[in-house]
Structure formats: C-alpha cells, structure tokens
Design a protein around this ligand. Structure first.
Ligand SMILES: *Cc1c(COP(=O)(O)O)cnc(C)c1O
Length: 471
C-alpha cells in the first residue's frame, strides 16, 4: 500500500515514510491510496474473531508487506490486550467503551499501535527520532504511556497550561525519562500551531528527525478503524444492517477512521459528528462555509479544537464535495449545560455514567435519531463512542451524578509523583531553541521513580520498554 498527500496525489510514499515523517512536506495529510473492500466472506466471519484477529484482517492491507505478517499479528495482539465492551443502555442506544486501555481513553488505540510500529522503523533506520505532539489532554497521556521507555524515541508533548484536567496533567508529566512534557502558556491551538511550525521548519528538520503523534499521523488512524468493525460485529444480527455511529469529535481523526472503515465495505448507514461549542464542522455542514476559529474551553476539553486537523482528509474521502459529506455525516453540537444535563439524566434514568465527551455523543445520537424518524430515514441501531473513562472528568461528572466515582489507579498520583513539565511561552522560536538545546542525547536516563510508583502506567511503560521490535 502506498500513501498519498491530500495536497498532491503524485506525492506517494511507503507506510514507513508516511509514519516516520508524519506530515508531507507539501503540508497535506497522508491517506492510503486505496481503501480495499474486504471480502463478504470476511464480514460473515468477523463475529467469531477476537479483537486482535479482527484487527489483523483490517490492518493487513495497509501494513503488509512493509510489516511482515507475523510481526503484524504480534503487534495487534500486544496493543489490543484490553477489553472493548459494547454496552446497551435502557434507551436502546449502545455505548462503545473505548476507555479500557492503560490511560483510560480511546487514544490508547492509536498511540500504542503507532509506538510499536515506529519502534521497529526507528531501530531499522538507526537514527534517533523525536516525536512532537500537541495535546488537549488525552492524546498526550496515551502517547506518553505508549512510548514510555521505547528506545531511540524521544517524545515531546506540548499541552496548554491550566486547560487540561489534573489527572490528565498527572498522566502527561509523571513519566520523565524519554517523555518530555512542555506546559505552554497558551491554548491548545497555540500548541498545535507550534508543532506545525516545527514540522515546516526545514532548518530544524536537518538537525532532528521529527515525527508527529497527533492524529495527523496515519499510524493513528489505522487502529482506529478496528473498533468500528468490532462494534458492528458485536451487534445482534437483527440490527447489523444499517447502524448509525455518533462520534465525539475534535480533530476528527476518529470520524475519519470510521469513514475509512465504511469505504472498506463496513455497512455503516451514517455518522454523526458530535461537537461541543467548537462547532465549525456543524456550521460547515449547515452550509456556512469552513471557518476555523480560536478554540473555546468546554467540559469536553479533548474536543476543544478550532481548526480540526483531519478536515482535509474528510474532504478527500468525500471527493471534496459538501453534498457527498452530507450524505454520510450529519452534525450536532451541544453546550456545557446540555452536556451536564445529559450526564445527570442518563445516570438517573438508565444508571449509566457518561463522561462529558460520551455525553455529547449520546446527545447527538438522540437528536439525529429523532430527526431521522421524522424524515423517514432508517437506522437499525445507534452506537455512540464513549471515548474516556468518566473518572477522568470527575470534576464535571460527580456533581451531576451526586456521588463520588472510585478513582482508577492509572489516574491517581501517589506520594512519589514528580511533575516533570517544563514551562514555555506560546512562541515557536522558544520551542525551536529548546528542541535544539534539550531534546537530544540525554534521554537514556533511568526511568523516574514516579513512573515506577504507579502500577498501571508502569506496567504499560515497561511493555513499551520491552517492545517486540522484530518488524
Ligand atoms: C481526542 C478525543 C476526542 C476527539 O477525537 P478526534 O479524533 O480528535 O476527533 C474525543 N474524546 C476524547 C476523550 C478524546 O480524547
């Protein structure tokens, strides 16, 4: 499989190059040249396959032979070693719980897959790699956990000061070692802009081999297709014909992966892009044009994105045509008050605890199903993606449900926690200088005591450290 740039279809590269490079030099985004239709026979077998077996079948057309078959089998088994429940609520909607990985958010799928893929590519190249990532919270934690201890890779994570939750900050800053957290005095968009500037800075690139772990990296999107196939295969046969998926969206990586799965033949009848007040996509679908805006802070902060980085991919998958996008995707947005009410209502009436992102997705699903009923559109089932564990957002969830949530060990700083973050202003030249001064060489230091003190994170870290790199 070759990968092309959305800015220039002639610009084609291998999986290795697409993953190592992250972003093409022409400022487009890599997409697979084709989305192979899977055999009908495979769809019949999917319900019998385990998650790693299913993931292998989906990933193989994109990865083999760049990655040998047996390496891919080991890789998916290693990455997908946690449960993926599809939970039916009393109202008939289904929550696809993507938050059972080591950092309790769906980004574990992408980050773990990418870390293991990159580890092998880097080892083969013999050249050290610096991963740069901007995060509004969960990306950074998942990337930190997924890459912790991976040899030959330094990870630099930029996060907006005061705009991530305390447990997110803990997960970003606890590792030390090859994981370097930069606390930026600015917004998530500032962080994203600084990262983008670094990727477009050829002077810097000459001195550092940089790659991205944001969802602009195609290695993040491949594993995000798995759970759409898996969810479909775990639906009862009677409702498998035409499901609707509601996707809580920020940078639209998750939704892009869903579209890719649909293009491979998965019978998804439609998607709902669920947004918070950062509603540029809802406005775009409504015909108002695409107008990036500064992000505004909400309780579903992993969706606080003012200029979704995967928008170009969505366009490319829909032949750059608004009507084509509308035929597959609808979009609704909800403010914080509605989000909080949904958390309260679903807890009271159905006994299910939503996190703020899942709550927006649940709301969007309800709204779309109502509109579809009025318009005579048929969906056989409604699935919403639950992208984070509710305890990650306890500050928002607990007041609504009227009780405390038990804190999972992965979120709990213990006595030995040291915040390893370094403060920087929202200024690219400062990042540039810091990268040249700091982010090289010294990452062979021993694992910090704080990381070892946390069982869940330490376990995932040491898995990363002993990663099977026989690619
Ligand atoms: C990142 C994230 C999202 C948004 O996903 P995108 O792929 O950026 O659209 C939603 N929910 C949570 C919890 C996230 O971490």
């Amino acid at each position: 499989m070759m990968y092309y740039s959305t800015k220039n279809a002639q610009n084609r590269v291998s999986l290795r190059q697409a993953v190592l490079q992250g972003l093409p030099a022409d400022n487009g985004l890599y997409l697979p040249e084709t989305l192979p239709r899977l055999d009908r026979e495979l769809f019949i077998r999917l319900p019998q396959l385990s998650l790693p077996e299913l993931a292998y079948e989906v990933a193989a057309p994109f990865c083999v032979p760049d990655l040998p078959e047996d390496s891919l089998r080991r890789l998916v088994a290693d990455v997908l070693d946690f449960p993926l429940p599809l939970v039916e609520l009393a109202d008939g909607s289904r929550a696809l719980e993507l938050f059972h990985g080591p950092t309790l958010a769906f980004k574990d799928f992408g980050a773990r897959f990418m870390a293991r893929l990159l580890a092998g590519f880097v080892r083969d190249s013999g050249r050290k790699l610096t991963i740069l990532a901007a995060t509004s919270g969960d990306t950074g934690s998942a990337v930190a956990s997924g890459f912790f201890g991976v040899e030959g890779i330094d990870v630099v994570i930029l996060y907006p000061k005061g705009k991530v939750s305390p447990s997110q900050e803990y997960q970003l800053t606890m590792h030390g070692g090859n994981i370097r957290a930069l606390r930026i005095n600015g917004s998530f968009d500032d962080c994203q802009r600084m990262v983008k500037s670094a990727f477009l800075d050829s002077g810097l690139q000459a001195q550092r081999q940089l790659s991205s772990a944001n969802s602009i990296n195609i290695a993040r999107l491949i594993p995000q297709m798995f759970y759409y196939f898996y969810a479909w295969s775990r639906l009862p046969v009677a409702v498998r014909a035409a499901p609707l998926f509601s996707v809580p969206s920020g940078n639209f990586g998750n939704l892009t992966a869903g579209l890719m799965a649909q293009r491979m033949g998965l019978p998804i009848a439609g998607f709902v892009a669920a947004n918070n007040r950062n509603n540029i996509f809802t406005e775009y679908l409504a015909g108002g044009g695409y107008h990036p805006k500064p992000s505004v802070q909400t309780v579903s902060n992993a969706m606080d994105v003012g200029d979704p980085s995967n928008f170009q991919r969505l366009l490319a998958l829909c032949t750059n045509n608004l009507e084509a996008i509308r035929s597959d995707i609808s979009s609704h947005w909800f403010d914080d008050a509605a989000t909080r009410r949904a958390i309260r209502e679903v807890a009271e009436t159905q006994g299910y605890i939503l996190d703020p992102h899942g709550a927006v997705a649940w709301l969007a699903l309800q709204k779309e199903l109502k509109q579809a009923a009025v318009a005579g559109r048929f969906y056989s089932a409604g699935v919403f993606l639950e992208t984070a564990h509710p305890a990650k957002f306890r500050e928002t969830v607990e007041p609504e449900i009227g009780r405390l949530l038990p804190v999972p060990p992965a979120l709990q700083p213990d006595a030995s926690y040291v915040n390893h973050a370094v403060d920087l202003p929202a200024d690219y030249s400062r990042l540039h200088d810091w990268l040249l001064d700091t982010a090289d060489g010294s990452c062979t230091s021993t694992v910090s005591a704080s990381a070892a003190g946390n069982s869940a994170e330490a376990a995932s870290g040491s898995r990363g450290g002993n990663v099977e790199t026989s690619l």
